[in-house]
Ligand binder design. Structure first.
Ligand SMILES: Nc1ncnc2c1ncn2[C@@H]1O[C@H](COP(=O)(O)OP(=O)(O)OP(=O)(O)O)[C@@H](O)[C@H]1O
Ligand SMILES: [Mg+2]
Length: 238
């Protein structure tokens, strides 16, 4: 069985099928890109997988266990973590304290959680900002902190929702480097990103959503030449 299996998953909001019978999977060790136009259902699908919203159809399996119906905490404890498109850091807490929030999933003992948080902070290149208040960070560092907090829960699968949106060129190159490091650390990655120059080269495989349905799934090379994807999303930029 794959690390993540999404089988015929739907999520309706009243009359709107935000996610409509989507089948997809993520294998251990992969970086999978999830793309599609605004409102395609990418964040909603993440919410369904991470337990932040109930699904209205289908089944979700993680590491061989059915997880739809579980709470976000139960799912996180199974080692599936996600970042939020709208950054959720606690602005009045420091960078280290924010990462400790994630680290408490690994140990409830403060010294151990702090030690692990420091390790993750260092891994993410945030050590120079350890004592800075999260609210004072640049958008690039806020996004990096969001990744660090999720990583501190020690996930097997990390869902990244637009962690590169709004970054400068240098910041996004650093972010790409961090994602490769995370994968090489043994973490599987499913990421949503609109920036094609980033998502295409970094992904082993791409899944495309449009109006809640999966319209394509293939290697980045084939996705870039897929007529359905070009018409729905990529346009002439492809
Ligand atoms: N809580 C909600 N209640 C009602 N409708 C919602 C809710 N959350 C999302 N939607 C709708 O579901 C659809 C999918 O939204 P979603 O945020 O998943 O898209 P997305 O692919 O992440 O878009 P973007 O690229 O802009 O982040 C949209 O039409 C959105 O308005
Ligand atoms: Mg979104």
């Amino acid at each position: 069985m794959e690390l993540l299996e999404i089988r015929g998953v739907s999520k309706r909001f009243g009359g709107l099928a935000a996610v409509d019978s989507v089948d997809m999977y993520v294998s251990r060790g992969e970086i999978v890109g999830l793309i599609g136009p605004n409102g395609a259902g990418k964040t909603t699908l993440f919410n369904c997988v991470a337990g932040h919203c109930g699904i209205t159809g289908g089944e979700i399996y993680f590491d061989g266990r059915r997880i739809d119906g579980m709470s976000p905490n139960e799912i996180c404890a199974m080692k599936l973590a996600r970042t939020f498109q709208i950054v959720k850091s606690i602005t009045r807490m420091t960078v280290l304290e924010n990462i400790m929030v994630g680290a408490f999933m690994v140990s409830k003992r403060i010294p151990l959680a702090r030690e692990w948080a420091r390790e993750v902070m260092d891994f993410c290149g945030l050590s120079p900002l350890a004592d800075a208040k999260a609210g004072s960070l640049t958008i690039g560092d806020k996004k990096r902190l969001e990744v660090a907090r999720a990583l501190a829960t020690e996930p097997e699968l990390l869902l990244l929702d637009e962690v590169m949106a709004g970054l400068t060129g240098k910041e996004s190159r650093d972010a790409v480097e961090l994602i490769y490091k995370i994968r090489n650390w043994g973490v599987t990655v499913l990421m949503v990103e609109h920036i094609m120059e980033i998502i295409m080269p970094i992904s082993d495989r791409i899944v495309v959503l449009d109006s809640g349905t999966k319209i394509a799934e293939d290697t980045p090379e084939k996705i870039a030449r897929d007529k359905k994807v070009i018409d729905a999303y990529l346009g002439s930029a492809a």
